[in-house]
Design a protein around this ligand. Structure first.
Ligand code: NI
Length: 192
């Protein structure tokens, strides 16, 4: 089942999402649907609030970032090999290393891409869909995708990380997204 993606401006994107109680939600089915939704929109990450569910869960599949036809082996990011995962009730334990810039986008904010600075490493504790508790450290683009999606379950969007000048420049574009005045080739749930 493909969910409609919630656009910038909807309050659900600003809520701090709540932990999923074991067995209260079919997390396997929900993650399958979230993957299907994400692939249909050509995304590499999707958080539950982006499909209107204020729950602490997100899915990632960074492999497409490593598969460009014009990509040389040197361009590839080893952190993305097999990087298809579901993170349930995640908690970031630490973020380390130098902050580096990468141009981020977001399925809830179509048509806008901006450099965001984040630390290089992230250590995260979470449950998988079998409810195994895991603690792992990620780097590179894998860390980047996790940090972006983790922000979503705390009600934070990548545009929040921009400086005031950039934010002001994007104000009208963001307002247009909220009003549904944006071209997008996947299903979004505009309020009217
Ligand atoms: Ni996003």
């Amino acid at each position: 089942m493909i969910y409609q993606i919630i656009p910038y401006g909807d309050p659900v994107l600003r809520k701090v999402a709540v932990d999923i109680e074991k067995d209260s939600v079919d997390v396997k089915k929900m993650s399958e649907d979230m993957f299907e939704t994400m692939y249909a929109a050509s995304g590499v990450g999707l958080a539950a609030p982006q499909v209107g569910l204020s729950l602490r869960m997100f899915v990632v599949d960074g492999r497409p970032f490593n598969e460009g036809e014009d990509m040389t082996e040197e361009d590839k990011d080893p952190s993305l090999v097999d990087f298809k995962k579901v993170f349930i009730n995640a908690e970031i334990l630490s973020e380390d290393g130098e902050e580096w810039g990468f141009e981020e986008g977001c399925l809830s904010i179509p048509g806008i891409r901006q450099d965001v600075y984040r630390p290089e490493y992230v250590t995260i504790k979470y449950f998988d869909t079998d409810w195994n508790e895991l603690t792992e450290t990620y780097e590179g683009l894998a860390a980047r995708i996790i940090q972006h999606e983790y922000d979503h379950i705390d009600g934070i969007l990548f545009t929040d990380h921009l400086n005031p000048v950039k934010k002001r420049m994007l104000k009208n574009k963001l307002a247009d997204i909220t009003k549904g005045k944006v071209k997008v080739d996947y299903k979004m749930k505009f309020s009217k």
